[in-house]
Each structure stands twice: as structure tokens, then as C-alpha cells.
Design a protein around this ligand. Structure first.
Ligand code: ZN
Length: 282
């Protein structure tokens, strides 16, 4: 089970969330049959999505993060709920590259979609300046949400290229914050070990409190987060129906069975020509 901890500075204003995403990443890698290079990217990416999800306010709020950098792994998509449960998909799970940054590429956009039960979801987008997920997310929060935010994300492997641990933290400054709190935070962040070392030596609670050291940080809440796909036959039917009557009729005529595979968990849903015709009538 993964674990998320959120901690807040004594006078408010500085919020830190830290996640142990080891099991989430193991599951993501297994579901997608991912190469070690893609698994390294998914580790950072799902940890980030889980942290961002944990910042949503209400049950039912959902967040989608998409990175489309033109690199060998193709588009990365992750969806997280307000408790940091996450699912992800990747264009080319077998891709390989020298490092995560070139695997992702830097020619494209980062898109964040927040569905908070309103008529229209909130959509924010920034151009990628690099394939560095933590840096790009920092830029996103600064440009799109005007919230100073820092991420550290990592995936560690053991000698036979199995995931040993993955996770990270995000620190967000929500004004008003005193200048002295900001300079204490800056110093803390400068003194934090490299994320790989942090994941080796500390749990999420220790990491979150370290980031808030000298700021009277206290744990706000903590919970388990898992890799979870919420697809269902009903949802899949709705997607098929959104193709339109013409397309449904064509599929019903051309094939005995229409197979729809979920990009997030690889579950297959089968629809007979008869099923398709029934949907057509609705
Ligand atoms: Zn699914």
C-alpha cells in the first residue's frame, strides 16, 4: 500500500505532501508491461499525480495530468482522485532511452484537467521546457495557478532492475506567508538530500516534516493510496455511444464482437453485434 502524508506549517501557508508510491508504480509497470526506462518515468509521474490529487478538496474531484513531449514513450496520462489514488496510461510502454528526460521529450505540452463537478472542468496548460517532470510541474503551478510549488520525484531500482521504491514530495506556498517563513523554507529545500537518498532513508511523514522544519510543521492527515482503475461496462458503453449512431451501426454490421480495452488497466469489454444494436436504439 502506498501512503500519502500532508503536513502544514504552524501559521499555515506552507503545505507539504509526501507519498510512498512504490506499490502504485509496481502495479503500473506490471499492468502496462513497461520497460525499466518507462517504469522510471511512470514512478515520477504517478507519484506527482497522486500528490496533486491529494490537494483536491472534495470527494468526487478528479485530476488528469497529461504530458505529450514527443519522446519515445509517447503520451503519458494519469488520473488521480482526491485521496491520491491513481491510474495511468502510456503510449509506448516498451520504449527505451538514455534517461527519463529524453524518454519524455521536450517538444509539447503539459496539460492539467481538474474535474470538480462543475459544468466545465478547469483546464491549464504549459509548454514543456524539458522532459523533467518535477521542473515542468513547478512551471505549471507558477504560470497557470500562480502558486509557488516545488516537486521532488524519484524511482529507485535494485540491481536486477526491479522497482525498489518510488515517490516524492511537493511543497506549496499559499499566500499570505511571512518573508521569514519563505526563507526558512528555501533553506530547508536547499538542505534536503537528493530524492533518491530521501526515499531510501525516510518515510513520507518524516519527509513532509523535514520540508517544514523550523516552521512548526504538523501532520494534517494521512491515508493509503493505491493504483486503482474505476472503469466499468457501463462507462465503456457510454464511450461507445459517444461515437455516434453511424459508427455504432458500422461496427455492428462489420464485426460479430466489438472489443474495447481499457487503457488504464487493460481490462477487455466485449460487445456483441446485438449489444451494439441495442445501444443504437437507446
Ligand atoms: Zn480500467
Amino acid at each position: 500500500m502506498g501512503k500519502i502524508v500532508r503536513a502544514l506549517s504552524e501559521t499555515g501557508g506552507v503545505l507539504c505532501a509526501a507519498v510512498d508510491a512504490t506499490d502504485i508504480v509496481k502495479k503500473a509497470s506490471e499492468v502496462h508491461g513497461a520497460s525499466a526506462a518507462v517504469t522510471a518515468a511512470l514512478g515520477r509521474f504517478t507519484a506527482a499525480a497522486s500528490l496533486m490529487g491529494s490537494m483536491l478538496k472534495y470527494e468526487g474531484d478528479r485530476l488528469t495530468v497529461r504530458i505529450n513531449g514527443g519522446g519515445a514513450c509517447g503520451t503519458l496520462t494519469a488520473v488521480a482522485d482526491y485521496r491520491g489514488n491513481v491510474k495511468c496510461s502510456v503510449g509506448n510502454p516498451k520504449a527505451d532511452a538514455q534517461d527519463v528526460e529524453s524518454l519524455i521529450g521536450n517538444d509539447g505540452q503539459l496539460t492539467v484537467i481538474k474535474d470538480m463537478g462543475l459544468k466545465e472542468p478547469y483546464v491549464g496548460q504549459v509548454q514543456l521546457s524539458s522532459g523533467n517532470i518535477a521542473r515542468v510541474l513547478t512551471e505549471y503551478y507558477s504560470i497557470s495557478e500562480q502558486l509557488p510549488t516545488v516537486f521532488a520525484l524519484g524511482t529507485l531500482f535494485d540491481d536486477d532492475l526491479k522497482v525498489k521504491s518510488a515517490g516524492g514530495y511537493m511543497v506549496q506556498v499559499v499566500p499570505p506567508v511571512s518573508d521569514s517563513a519563505v526563507s526558512t523554507l528555501d533553506e530547508n529545500l536547499r538542505n534536503m538530500d537528493e530524492i533518491g537518498e530521501m526515499l531510501k532513508n525516510f518515510n513520507p511523514e518524516e519527509i513532509a516534516l523535514k520540508a517544514l522544519s523550523g516552521l512548526g510543521g504538523e501532520v494534517l492527515d494521512e491515508w493509503e493510496a493505491v493504483y486503482h482503475c474505476d472503469c466499468s461496462r457501463e462507462r465503456t458503453e457510454r464511450i461507445l455511444m459517444s461515437l455516434g449512431k453511424k459508427e455504432l451501426a458500422r461496427l455492428a454490421e462489420e464485426q460479430e464482437t466489438t472489443e474495447v480495452c481499457c487503457h488504464f488497466c487493460n481490462k477487455k469489454y466485449l460487445f456483441s453485434a446485438e449489444d451494439m444494436l441495442k445501444m443504437l436504439k437507446n
